[in-house]
Write a protein that binds this ligand. Structure first.
Ligand SMILES: NC(=O)c1ccc[n+]([C@@H]2O[C@H](COP(=O)([O-])OP(=O)(O)OC[C@H]3O[C@@H](n4cnc5c(N)ncnc54)[C@H](OP(=O)(O)O)[C@@H]3O)[C@@H](O)[C@H]2O)c1
Length: 234
């Protein structure tokens, strides 16, 4: 199959890693279904889509809204999807402690980073089952690994740990249908979330992620895979 007939959903496609994934998947000839919660304000994404109109279609999607995800799923119901990339995510703060932790914010991080990828995945299942590739990719983080021993960012770390675990279980269940579910670590990347202090630029990260997404086989999926091919256990 030519890449041009391969549909890839990318959530949070308007900035950061999601925007660069959109750029690089479109450049590789895929058709990107670029989902963002505010399409009218997504200036760079609209400019990119205008230049590359056959390869990028913009959709409105707030991953935390049941109504928005349901509508997205209905719109795409008969469209074969090759790859779903759950990229949208939030980091509330690194600076948290038992004395000042904000549990409302904690819950919002869990809903956005853990529950919402599952909701989007469920909405996309019909299309994914019509496709051949059957890959579900989650932007996770080494911060969610039990091997990571640094502190802070309680909600974020917990949300990624839970995401890894949930997706591992779905992965086992769906393997018999030929699905490959992977939890990827993009590196510490210079984006709004990663800040300018981060290790790598977004182009380097996404170059590696794209190669990993295309090459990952079923047997690789019980670990977090880094953009550079390094792995870490859950
Ligand atoms: N940067 C890093 O160093 C790093 C490291 C490890 C993992 N990650 C993971 O990689 C992914 C992308 O990170 P990033 O650095 O690109 O972050 P970012 O620059 O902060 O961008 C986050 C993206 O998620 C979208 N988003 C957030 N909540 C949403 C919602 N409810 N509905 C739809 N979209 C929503 C944002 O859209 P709006 O513009 O509408 O807010 C934005 O497009 C995240 O899952 C993150 O946890 C990043």
């Amino acid at each position: 199959m030519e890449n041009s007939s391969k549909n890839v959903i990318i959530t949070g496609a308007n900035r950061g890693i999601g925007f660069e994934l959109t750029k690089q998947f479109a450049a590789a000839g895929y058709h990107v279904l670029a989902a963002t919660r505010k399409p009218l304000q997504a200036v760079a994404l609209n400019e990119l889509a205008d230049k590359d109109e056959n390869n990028i279609t913009i959709y409105k999607l707030d991953v935390t809204s049941k109504l928005s995800v349901d509508n997205f799923g209905k719109t795409l119901a008969e469209t074969p999807i090759e790859i779903l990339i759950n990229n949208a995510g939030i980091l509330d703060t690194y600076e948290s402690s038992i004395d000042d932790i904000n549990l409302v914010d904690f819950a919002e991080v869990l809903v956005t980073n853990t529950i919402s990828p599952i909701r989007v995945m469920r909405a996309a299942m019909r299309g994914l089952r019509l496709g051949n590739t059957k890959k579900i990719v989650n932007l996770s983080s080494f911060m969610g690994s039990f091997e990571g021993q640094s502190n802070g960012a309680h909600a974020y770390r917990t949300s990624k740990t839970a995401l890894n675990r949930a997706m591992q279980i779905f992965g086992r269940e769906l393997a018999e249908e030929g699905f490959i579910i992977m939890n990827l670590h993009p590196g510490w990347v210079k984006t709004d979330m990663g800040t300018e202090a981060a290790d790598i630029d977004v182009v380097t990260s996404v170059n590696g992620l794209l190669k990993t997404i295309e090459s990952t086989k079923l047997e690789d999926t019980n670990q977090i895979i880094g953009y550079d091919g390094t792995t870490m256990s859950y």
